[in-house]
Design a binder for this molecule. Structure first.
Ligand SMILES: Nc1nc2c(ncn2[C@@H]2O[C@H](COP(=O)(O)OP(=O)(O)OP(=O)(O)O)[C@@H](O)[C@H]2O)c(=O)[nH]1
Ligand SMILES: [Mg+2]
Length: 326
């Protein structure tokens, strides 16, 4: 029987492979166990995951508790996706977290204010996206764990202060730092170099309410629009923050679909979130593993389709599709 592993499982497995400490491995294994489809075809895999967990827990008991505390950079994934806020000192990362979520980071007019990762949940329509505020990336004062925190996220937002005269140099410096950490960002579909981890990225220019920001944004866009989607925002005035919410959703490459039973309405408040490229079959699997084997066809409602159009299991679903499984 095929295992039919979900994208969540595969992501957790990737995190397991990249884990350095036992504590990190334990968290990733637990995430894999939660995400693995529970059916006969995965029984051996489930047993293997449990065996490894037990072994890691056993190893932990012999050492001190402190050694097994989670690494500082590890923020457990919650919501529809995790986005890391990355930028030079004082660029407005924490201010964006505060403006978009209920988190209350320290914001100050001097560099290196943020010392630890701080997550916050950003509502976007009917889902929540997790943002993680990080200390600045700076060549002279590197926090050794920040690259690993970036690797742990699903996507990256580069935050630059548009009122800063050296904004272009700051971006070049930032990209060099990421390159050094073997993180390839914003390549728009290109394959990353060998050994590099690729992350989708958005370039956000903050402080757009200040003088000079507009000109700097134009220059940045001229030079970098091939590689990144760019947005200018202000955490102070709120300008373009709604656009930013949508851009973050699009950056994650996910779609929301709703299932319904014949004759009833879908529950629009609780979408299934799947990666772009998911099929009707993937949706069925999410609803219940049993349904996949019995699935004959589906009816679908959404943009560019006839209402209730009949589709097969390999049909690609799109954002906001409503699906009736038969
Ligand atoms: N005018 C204006 N000021 C802003 C904006 N965003 C942030 N600031 C100010 O810029 C300063 C730095 O903001 P932070 O959010 O602490 O910057 P940070 O990137 O988190 O800084 P570090 O944690 O030190 O890397 C603070 O004084 C903020 O009030 C903005 O959009 N417009
Ligand atoms: Mg900060």
């Amino acid at each position: 029987m095929p295992a039919n592993l979900t994208p969540e499982y595969l992501k957790a497995e990737q995190r397991f492979k990249e884990a350095r400490s036992s504590a990190e491995k334990i968290v990733a294994l637990e995430e894999m166990l939660t995400a693995i489809p529970k059916h006969k075809g995965t029984e051996k895999m489930q047993a293997e995951l449990k065996r490894r967990l037990k072994k890691l827990h056993g190893a932990g008991q012999k050492k001190s508790a402190a050694k097994h505390a989670l690494p500082v950079y590890y923020v457990k994934h919650e919501g529809a996706g995790q986005v890391a806020l990355v930028g030079p000192p004082n660029s407005g990362k924490s201010s964006l977290l505060a403006a978009l979520t209920h988190a209350t980071p320290e914001v100050a007019d001097y560099p290196f204010t943020t010392r630890l990762p701080l997550p916050g949940m950003m509502p976007f329509e009917n889902i929540q996206i997790q943002l993680v505020d990080l200390p600045p990336l700076h060549a002279d004062f590197p926090e050794s764990w920040v690259p690993q925190a970036i690797r742990n996220a699903d996507a990256v937002v580069l935050v630059l202060d548009l009122s800063e005269a050296a904004v272009l140099e700051q971006l070049t410096e930032l990209l060099a730092q990421l390159e050094q950490a073997k993180i390839s960002i914003g390549q728009r579909g290109g394959e990353p170099a060998w050994g590099f981890l690729s992350k989708p990225a958005l370039l956000v220019g903050s402080h757009c309410d200040l003088p000079g920001a507009e000109d700097n944004f134009q220059v940045l866009a001229e030079l970098w629009r091939e590689r990144f989607r760019l947005l200018s925002v202000s955490a102070r005035t709120g300008e373009n923050l709604e656009l930013l919410r949508r851009a973050l959703f699009e950056l994650l490459g996910i779609v929301r679909v709703y299932t319904k039973i014949r004759g009833s309405k879908p529950d629009r408040a609780n979408p299934f979130v799947l990666p772009r490229g998911a099929t009707v079959r993937d949706v069925a699997e999410r609803v219940h593993k049993e349904i996949v084997t019995r699935l004959k066809f589906a009816r679908i409602w959404g943009a560019g389709k006839f209402d209730g159009q009949m589709v097969q299991r390999d049909y690609l679903v799109e954002d906001n599709d409503v699906i009736e499984l038969h």
